[in-house]
Ligand binder design. Structure first.
Ligand code: NAP
Ligand code: G4F
Length: 324
């Protein structure tokens, strides 16, 4: 039986990855930060099957202790502040937990057991102002937010530990991936939640930012599979993970409202508050390397994903209404 340690296990990806590893008979440990209130909603259905331990990317000792306590074969570093706009408000803190947090974890591995395999949650945000379309593993990076800049540090320190210490370290450059478990502030979930509220008469409008930006959106459940695959190879390598399709925020909005029988133009208003200081205009990934070497491909396509998210939010509000 293999053992895995997932940082950020209570996040969207952490919850899907923990489910996947349990199905593969792993012993699963997950780190959570200390908090006076519980934030375990996404993993409550598997909470008895995984072992939660304290671990904060800001605290070196907690990471060493988490590794010593769990003795993992694999570590998946998913923890961090993942909402891009918030990182302009806290650029220094972003560097602390995203850039230095990954470094602290790599140092902890180097000190405790260099044979542990390591996955770093890198991001298409590192491509930022894109040098080419589509983006692949060779595309030049040009991050456009403190989030992207900090993730780029974490990406290169992962490469550096692989090359300096011969450690099995991989960086997955994942494009946007969504699900009904996505945080409410991210655009897909913000839209699916608003559509549900409007449909059920709980809200009358949806305030949005830049509708022209384009993203390559996949399903989170498909993307955690590839994290695992990356750690099962003979040699550690970095991979771009994407669907290869790009869609605008306007298309997303239109699909979501239409699915609920609504016309988005009757409800969506632009609020400059949601426009970013520097935008990533277009993301579209080329994941040929992963498709060839890892035999991976996404299963859920974009329109289906949005419909699943809208249906899930409508069901959630319906259930709440009937239980109150
Ligand atoms: P998420 O839902 O925001 O989950 C992040 C988790 O990290 C949360 O459980 C959070 O816990 C935890 N965390 C935050 N700061 C921490 C700290 N200092 N120490 C320990 N834990 C901390 O994000 P996600 O969508 O699952 O994404 C997982 C990772 O992949 C993130 O690093 C993200 O940046 C990266 N990524 C995501 C995407 C995507 O499209 N989803 C694409 C590329 C890369 P709290 O509840 O305590 O805040
Ligand atoms: O859903 P978003 O907030 O995701 P973003 O910024 O692309 O970042 C996500 O994907 C990255 C991978 O590429 C991850 F690394 C990161 O952790 C995160 O998961 O915004 C998507 C787009 C942006 O262009 C934004 O300007 O939607 C546009 N948008 C327009 N109106 C909006 C809104 N985004 C949000 N969150 N809210 C709006 O009202």
């Amino acid at each position: 039986m293999k053992t895995a340690l997932i940082t950020g296990v209570a996040g969207q990806d952490g919850s899907y990855l923990a489910e996947l590893l349990l199905k593969k008979d792993y012993e699963v440990y997950g780190t959570v930060r200390r908090s006076s209130t519980s934030n375990l909603e996404r993993i409550k259905h598997i909470q008895d099957d995984i072992k939660l331990i304290h671990g904060d990317l800001l605290d070196q000792n907690s990471l060493i202790e988490a590794i010593e306590g769990s003795r993992p074969d694999e570590i998946y570093n998913l923890a961090g502040q993942s909402f891009v706009p918030a990182t302009w408000d806290k650029p220094v803190l972003t560097g602390e937990f995203t850039a230095l947090g990954a470094t602290r974890l790599l140092e902890a591995i180097r000190l405790v057991n260099r044979n542990i395999r390591f996955y770093q949650a890198s991001t298409s945000e590192m491509f930022g102002k894109v040098a080419e379309v589509p983006q692949n593993e060779q595309t030049r990076f040009y991050p456009r937010s403190p989030y992207g800049v900090a993730k780029l540090y974490a990406h290169w320190i992962t490469v550096n530990y692989r090359e300096s210490y011969d450690m099995y370290c991989c960086s997955g450059i994942l494009f946007n991936h969504e699900s009904p478990r996505r945080g409410l502030e991210f655009v897909t979930r913000k839209v699916s939640d608003a559509v549900a509220r409007i449909k059920l008469g709980l809200s009358k409008e949806l305030k949005m930012g830049n509708l022209d930006a384009k993203r390559d959106w996949g399903f989170a459940g498909d993307y955690v599979e590839v994290m695992w695959l990356m750690l099962q190879q003979n040699e550690p390598e970095d991979f771009v993970i994407s669907t290869g399709e790009t869609h605008s925020i306007e298309e997303l909005v239109e699909i979501a409202f239409t699915h609920a029988g609504l016309d988005w133009k009757d409800y969506v208003v632009i609020d400059p508050k949601f426009v970013r200081p520097a935008e990533v205009d277009l993301l579209m990934g080329d994941s040929s390397k992963a498709r060839e070497m890892l035999k991976w491909q996404p299963k859920v396509e974009f329109e289906e994903l949005i419909r699943i998210m809208v249906d899930s939010d409508i069901k959630r509000y319906d259930t709440q209404e009937h239980s109150s």
